[in-house]
Design a protein around this ligand. Structure first.
Ligand code: GSH
Ligand code: FE2
Length: 369
């Protein structure tokens, strides 16, 4: 089956939908926020269960819809580990496989446009992001880009794929849709018959204006496109409580953590995180442990280490253990808050909306991370 190629004319971005023909499980690569309704309609039309939303890098020219798609569909986000998109459930390293139905998509680290950029190989199709474009390549003058590194990625990782592999880029500004590795190897004017030195000189001489939306796009894309309004923290306040610093809503906890104002600590058991859901990259300090739900004897030392010199917000399942552990942390001299009603509180989901942008949904089948 061919990938389905979708286009956003405003940013000239291609989004790709890959579908397992037997199970109808699917993957979306590089979706654009303004095209989310269209993409949901396409998923519907093909009867697709979206399993993964995958990014090739933190885009500089448009905002991704990955976070919203996670929220709408229950898919998980998978992003290159080197791109610091910490809200994504899965952080991909070179060679990692993303499985959907019987299909496998493999990650190929192709740095140079950005340091973390990944390409993805599915059967004889390669999705090259901005590493390799048709008769071109992504610029290398921002986001830890490097022409030297891109030359290696393209010539050693992409041009070594089989000649007939179809190349599907993240952008084309001239209406071209796809190419092949063989064609790009012999015709791409940036690489064909060019030494490394010639390529670097060519990239150094480009002097392109910066992308129009870079200042809003990159920070938003580091959070899967979920934008938090500046200053919103001030409108909310923690409610003071006896024996610990106070109670905070999940949304406030999320914003504190996102802005670096506090550390969000998950104090549930490993089993709960596996089966119920988790907050990507949140430090884990169990309050109680299986077997028998006995106290974690190392809690005091571990919570001190997790907190460092910051306040902590405690997350549990329903908001009982988080209060007990916040009280204990307070006794240890830390500033500790309780997240009201924990991971499973708020049955209508509204207060957890932002958290769920990066969390696994409760009640969905467990997927190996
Ligand atoms: N005019 C576009 C430029 C976008 C741009 O610079 N795109 C980057 C990718 S994020 C690039 O490498 N473009 C390669 C090219 O234009 O040849 C904008 O303002 O958004
Ligand atoms: Fe880019």
């Amino acid at each position: 089956m061919q990938p389905i190629q979708l286009f956003d004319p405003e940013s000239s971005t291609y989004t790709y939908l890959l579908i397992d023909p037997d199970t109808h499980d699917g993957v979306l690569i590089d979706p654009v926020d303004s095209q989310m309704e269209r993409d949901l309609a396409v998923l519907n039309e093909h009867g697709v269960t979206l399993c993964w939303v995958v990014e090739t890098h933190a885009h500089a020219d448009h905002i991704t819809s990955a976070g919203k798609l996670v929220e709408h569909t229950g898919a998980l986000a998978a992003t290159p580990a080197g791109c610091a998109i910490s809200a994504a459930a899965r952080q991909l390293e070179d060679g990692d496989l993303i499985e959907f139905g019987q299909q496998k998509l493999s990650a190929i680290h192709t740095p140079g446009h950005t340091a973390g950029s990944m390409s993805y190989l599915w059967q004889d199709h390669v999705f090259t992001g901005d590493a390799l474009l048709i008769d071109g390549c992504g610029r290398t003058d921002f986001q830890s880009g490097s022409a030297d590194v891109l030359y290696s990625s393209v010539t050693q990782r992409l041009f070594t794929l089989p000649t007939e592999t179809t190349v599907w880029p993240a952008h084309d500004y001239k209406g071209r849709t796809h190419s092949t590795i063989g064609h790009e190897r012999t015709h791409n004017s940036r690489f064909a018959h060019k030494t490394r030195g010639e390529f670097i000189a060519l990239m150094d001489a480009l002097h392109m204006p910066k992308p129009r939306r870079i200042d809003e796009a990159v920070p938003a894309n580091l959070w899967l496109g979920i934008v938090h309004e500046a200053g919103a923290n001030d409108a909310d306040a923690a409610v003071t409580a006896a024996g610990y610093a106070g109670d905070v809503s999940p949304e406030l906890a999320w914003r504190w953590w996102q802005s670096g104002k506090a550390v969000l600590v998950d104090i549930r058991t490993h089993a709960e995180r596996e089966w119920v859901g988790f907050v990507p990259n949140a430090p884990v300090v169990a309050w109680k442990q299986w077997p028998g739900m006995t106290m974690n004897p190392d809690f005091d030392a571990q919570i001190r280490e997790a907190a460092g010199d910051k306040p902590i917000v405690m997350l549990c399942r329903s908001g009982i253990r988080s209060i007990a552990s916040a009280k204990r942390a307070t006794e240890l001299g830390l500033t500790a808050y309780n997240i009201l009603e924990g991971f499973e509180g708020d049955p209508d989901g509204s207060a957890h909306r932002n958290l769920r942008g990066g969390w696994r949904y409760r009640g969905l089948p467990w997927r190996q991370n």
